[in-house]
Design a protein around this ligand. Structure first.
Ligand SMILES: [Zn+2]
Length: 505
């Protein structure tokens, strides 16, 4: 007799995306070197984007503590996993996936705070702790703090003069602990730089690189429009409008010099309505001889690569996603060392495959950020270890699944994302084929019914068995002579019964 039951626990509570409203300064300078000919498609077509195969990047996290290992906001595995989830949620649209590769600490008071710049005075606290010179030198001199196979996130407690830094020249970012923990914006923004995106306002004050408003590549007569430069100026992305640095537009108007450090906070984001993320300024582009007023929509204010309110700038466009994929493809030698395989996403980040029903510390745990569904699977002969990623010969039941997890599961439930015996894993963001069936036939408990008269009647003795007892290979051997029904219960609700008649001998 087989009985199938199922129940589903789908934990879905929206993450608090807006807990941090602190203003955001990124220390990444915009590289205005022209693109190599033919390297980028400049496409904004979603079908072009969907043709890119999945790519997987390892990410490792380093919390930077004081020399004695303390920090007032010490990095935890949960913080690192939250960043992995945020990165996946943002970048899976581009078929870019991230694999949690672990975390560790660097105990260095020298870099507990990292400074954007320093005046050169040896008595200044910034001396020896700068972003562009001292920190890269330190990492270079200490290869144990540089993951050869992962993009590194360095997370000092504080940063001065910036919140985050990332560059397509390097496979690391720097983000202060408050920004790292508080909002996905800075983490996701710096990863955009690692994949070659620059700010949407890049070149906005330069007469050479400033992007023009027009989106018309061709004139009505079919000739190329000489004013169109969306694919060769600004951020080289056609579906992001020509925009100013929203944060500093008024500072520029008032004559404060770049990088506007002397400009009062009151003038920052002066022409942005924070509540609706709309632009109400009257700026214009740099077209000669007559500048054209900006044509800016809320999606431009909401762009991840814009300088805007932290609560607004969260989104990427199709054109940006395609540009990143082109960049990864063009620079594969640069990225290859930190890339991983799609099957790696089906490997747990901790734990091992043993009888996981009672030993909770060693259960195979999976990173958050994907919609997981766990489907009941029945392999021929069983899989004491999960089946190989490429082995899809097991049968599974599409409509019988035990539980799943939404991509934005709350951090307090991260440790519940485990692989349970009896199930294959589907990652909805990747494919519909479930992988890694694990069904080693271990029961979660059971019952031994002894028929005291050695015939099937109601004179019985019923003994409950826990997982250890019911799976004991000597269970049958140890039974006294008699007639029994041994019932095994499985995690997915399956019940297996075996009638045993044990003779005197
Ligand atoms: Zn930036």
């Amino acid at each position: 007799m087989k009985k199938l039951l199922f129940f589903c626990i789908f934990i879905a509570v929206a993450m608090n995306m807006n807990s941090q409203t602190e203003d955001f300064i990124c220390a990444t300078p915009d590289n205005t070197t022209p693109d190599p000919a033919g390297a980028f498609s400049y496409s904004i077509d979603t079908t072009v984007l969907s043709n890119f195969d999945p790519v997987v990047f390892n990410v490792f996290f380093w919390g930077i503590n004081e020399d004695d290992g303390t920090s007032t906001n010490k990095l935890t595995q949960t913080m690192a996993l939250k960043a992995i989830a945020e990165l996946n949620i943002k970048y899976n649209d581009a078929n870019i996936f991230f694999k949690y590769y672990g975390y560790d600490y660097i105990d260095s008071s020298q870099f507990y705070t990292i400074y954007a710049s320093c005046d050169g005075d040896p008595n200044s606290p910034c001396f020896g702790s700068t972003l562009y010179v001292d920190f890269p030198t330190f990492i270079n001199d200490n290869p144990q703090y540089n993951s050869a196979n992962a993009i590194d996130f360095y997370i000092p407690r504080h940063t001065d003069g910036f919140a985050g830094y990332g560059s397509s020249n390097y496979l690391y970012t720097v983000i202060n602990a408050g920004s790292f923990e508080g909002s996905p914006r800075v983490t996701n923004h710096e990863m955009g730089h690692v994949f070659g995106l620059i700010h949407t306002h890049a070149g906005w004050t330069s007469s050479n690189y400033c992007e023009h408003v027009t989106r018309d590549k061709y004139l009505p007569n079919g000739d190329l429009n000489p004013d169109f430069n969306a694919d060769s100026a600004g951020d080289w992305v056609v579906d992001t409008a020509a925009v100013p640095d929203f944060r500093n537009e008024k500072c520029e108007e008032l004559g404060y010099p770049y990088p506007y450090t002397g400009c009062p906070e009151a003038y920052k984001n002066a022409y942005i309505d924070e509540g609706t993320c709309t632009y109400f300024g009257d700026g214009d582009d740099c077209l000669v001889p007559v500048a054209v007023p900006y044509d800016i929509y809320t999606e431009d204010v909401r762009n991840l690569m814009a300088y805007t309110h932290a609560t607004c700038g969260l989104d990427l466009t199709t054109g940006q996603n395609i540009r990143m994929r082109d960049r990864i493809e063009n620079s594969i030698v640069h990225y290859q060392p930190v890339m991983n395989t799609v099957p790696s996403l089906y490997e747990p980040y901790s734990g091992e495959y043993i009888n996981g029903f009672t030993i909770t510390d060693t259960q195979p745990r999976f990173q958050p950020g994907f919609d997981y569904k766990y489907l009941t699977c029945y392999p021929d002969g069983g899989y004491p270890q999960p089946s190989d990623y490429y082995d899809t010969s097991f049968s599974y039941m599409e409509y019988v699944w035990w539980y799943g997890f939404y991509k934005d599961i709350e951090p307090q439930y991260y440790n519940t994302i485990i692989h349970k015996n009896g199930y294959a894993i589907r990652i909805e963001q990747l494919e519909q084929q479930p992988r890694k069936c694990w069904n080693n036939g271990i029961a979660i408990g059971g019952t031994v019914i002894q028929f005291n008269d050695e015939v099937f009647n109601s004179n019985v003795t019923i003994t409950s068995q826990d997982s250890t007892a019911i799976n004991d290979t000597e269970l049958i051997e140890d039974l006294q002579p008699g007639l029994y029904n041994v019932i095994k219960n499985y995690q997915d609700g399956r019940t297996e019964e075996s009638v045993i008649f044990k003779e005197n001998n």
